[in-house]
Each structure stands twice: as C-alpha cells, then as structure tokens.
Design a protein around this ligand. Sequence first.
Ligand SMILES: Cc1cc2nc3c(=O)[nH]c(=O)nc-3n(C[C@H](O)[C@H](O)[C@H](O)COP(=O)(O)OP(=O)(O)OC[C@H]3O[C@@H](n4cnc5c(N)ncnc54)[C@H](O)[C@@H]3O)c2cc1C
Length: 423
Amino acid sequence: MREACDLVVIGAGPGGLAAASIAAEAGLSVLVLDQQSQPGGQVWRGEARKRENRLARRWLDRFAASGARFRPGARVVAAPEPGLLLVEEGSASVAVRYGRAVLATGARERFLPFPGWTLPGVLGVSGLQVLVKDGLPVRGKRVVLAGTGPLLLAAAATLQRHGAEVLFLAEQAPAARHWGFALQLWRHPGKLLQGAALAAGLVSVPTSTDAWVLAAEGEARVERVRLSVRGHEETLSCDYLGASYGLVPNLELAKLLGCEVASGAVVVDERLETRVKGVHAVGELLGIGGVDQALVTGELVGHVVAGKPVSSELERAWRAVRTFAELLARHDAPRDELRRLATPQTLVCRCEDVPLQALEGCRDLREARLYARLGMGACQGRTCGAAVETLFGWSGEDVRPPCLPARIGSLRLPSPSPHTRAS
Ligand SMILES: Cc1cc2nc3c(=O)[nH]c(=O)nc-3n(C[C@H](O)[C@H](O)[C@H](O)COP(=O)(O)OP(=O)(O)OC[C@H]3O[C@@H](n4cnc5c(N)ncnc54)[C@H](O)[C@@H]3O)c2cc1C
C-alpha cells in the first residue's frame, strides 16, 4: 500500500500530537504514525480510553478533531530515499511519501547493569509504572524504586495509587546536586507545583539522596535488594524493584534520516529544523525535558510547518523548557559509582547473554558487536547501547536500515495499488 501526505509525524506522544493538530488545522494533509495502538505516547498512555488527565484529554480531542489521519500500530523501519518512509503495519507494509517530516519518537529508560538486574521482578522505574497503568496488579506488593529525577516520584505516586507498598525511593544524585536542582525550580513554577504535589503524597515513603542499588538477589525472581544509602549498606525484602537512571532519546530514526546528533540529542535550528531540510524534531529528541517541552516544541513546529507566525510567548516558553532540560540533565547525570557495579559475570547485553568480561579488550561499540555480539539481539542495542555508552564512553554507531527489527517484505517498496496507478 502507498500513502502520500504534506506532513508525516512519527510518534503520537504530546510532541507529535501538538505538531500534527496545528498543522492539520491549518489545512495540511497530515499523517501520524505510531507503533502503539493508541495516541498518547509514554506519558499519556491509555488516556484515550481512561480520559482522566485534563491536559491529555484536551490534546487528544483537539487531535481527533484536527483532520490529521492516524495510523496506529505503524512502525517506521526504513527511509530508502529522501521523502519516503517504509512502514510495517502488522503483516502489511506501507510506503509513505511526504513533503515534510516531524520526528517525535520520544525516549526510553537508561539501564545500568548491576548484579541481579535481569532477575524477574526487576524492571525499569517507568517501565514498571507503565505496566501498572496498563493493568499489572500490584496491590499489597512491596516495591523498591531506584533511579533519578522527577520520574522517580511520578512512578512512586502511580504505584501507591494502585495499592503497592513503596518501601524506599533511592535517588542516586548527591544531596547537594539534588537540592540545588530543587532550589532552581522556582524559575519553573509548573514543575515546582507538580514536584511539590507528588512529594506531598509520598511523605510516608522513606527517601534518600546518595542512594543506589548494589545488587538484586533471589532464586526464581527478586526477593531482596541490597542498596548503598549514604555510604551504608542496607538490605530490603521486596516483590518488585524498579531501577533505571534517567531517559535517553530514541535517536535511531533521526540518524537513519541523516540528522546530526550531538551530546545525545538531535541538532536543530531555532525553527526546530534538523540539518536535513524539511525534517523537524520535537520533544525528548531535543534532550530530555518532559511533557511541557514536548508540547511547546510540538506547537512551535506545528506553526512553522503551517507557515504561521511563531508568537513571542511560544518562543519564551521554548527558552524556559530548554533551561529546565539543561538543569535536569545535570541533575540526572549518573554518578561514577554506578559505572562500577557490574561484576565480570554480570550480563550487559541481555538479548545475547554477553557478560561484562566478554567486552574485555574491545575498544568501541563496533568491536563489541563484532567480537562479543553485544547489541546483536532482538532489541538491537536499545538497552545495552546506552549502558556501554555510560560505562565505557562508547558512542552510538550510525544506524543502518531497518532501524527496528522488521520483516524482509517490509523493506521492499510496495507495488502501487490499482487506485494509485490510475491517479
Ligand atoms: C517508559 C516511560 C514512561 C514515562 N512515563 C512518564 C510519566 O508518567 N510522566 C511524565 O511526566 N513523563 C513520563 N515519561 C517521560 C516522557 O518521555 C515525556 O514526558 C513525554 O511523553 C515526551 O513526549 P514525546 O512526544 O517527546 O515522546 P513520547 O511520549 O515518548 O512519544 C513517542 C512516540 O513515538 C513512537 N515511536 C517511536 N519510534 C517509532 C517508530 N520507529 N515508528 C513508529 N512510532 C515510533 C512511540 O511509540 C511513542 O508513542 C516516560 C518516559 C518513558 C520512556
């Protein structure tokens, strides 16, 4: 099947929804692709059904009324030439011709390996939150959360709301860095209020800065977790451990399209256009900044692609979210101790069972792939890539198609349908 549009938006999180709605309202033919079954992205997952979050409801309704077309379950896997994407949809494939593109592919969690991190019951902090939002029952379950930044509080609040007993929140940042960050929040009143509301709901949960997981232990699944808490070792029995250290942008598609990436984010100009003409980037791709950044950048690009003026208010909001993203990046930067937790036997690549000791002598990601099969499995380095970048400073390689595991048939240009041929 073939599709054509003025603007293709990849990712239906807040960033993609805002850009698509504004462009479609201005009369552009807009196609939104997302591998999920519903719009909303990571933060508004399930809101199309639940409709609990007012902001999400507002944007989802605006998107539905905007005239933009949405293709759920659509995974962009290749970009064989400028202006053309190959998309896998279940057992079918679609070729999408576009005039302009907005990349809104969001972020994923950063995992750093520690002994026991592959035991059942050990998940990412936000991954656990997502599973709970999607129905994983946690009522009465004892949960320890270890990581960094505001997402730790957001996950704890969700778990508590669903009846879990959150035993401990371990924030890796040193106290001075953490409280320095908190003191800067007066410049971002929305974030301050959000943080204060979350923290107020969690007063009964023991929390510590300078705290991180040393090891998860158990037979068939996690039974207890050993933590370093301000220089002392503590052990807690638990049913679940959520452990991850911040987020990293999903850069594969941007790299596939040839966009420049620097310091872990897509390089853009003041109109959020990447170095590839006609391709824009929004949201977490610009550096982790959360839902506010996604909305502001999505709105800004929506105006740009629709040829509408960008208000000074929107430009001010963009500068403010950018400052917050820089503040967050400094806060969330993993501390050195986290780089030394894995033992020689600890698996670094869990798809291909590659232990740390197998990487001895490798000088970069390419050698680790060639000699040890790191990143060669089902997730194609999505988990271990960010881990070895933090552990050894190995930066990500260029991306070759497909950027997601795909069927061979999805990499072939579909033949024109009779309808397309006639037109
Ligand atoms: C697991 C997880 C949970 C989170 N939970 C929260 C939370 O509870 N609260 C909070 O404030 N923030 C949360 N965040 C942070 C969140 O990333 C941002 O706040 C916000 O969602 C960013 O919006 P976005 O539009 O940039 O990207 P996202 O909302 O991440 O949306 C990106 C979309 O792109 C799609 N996509 C990616 N690659 C492709 C592809 N190749 N083909 C097709 N579709 C693709 C994805 O399916 C996804 O729907 C979470 C992040 C993660 C990783």
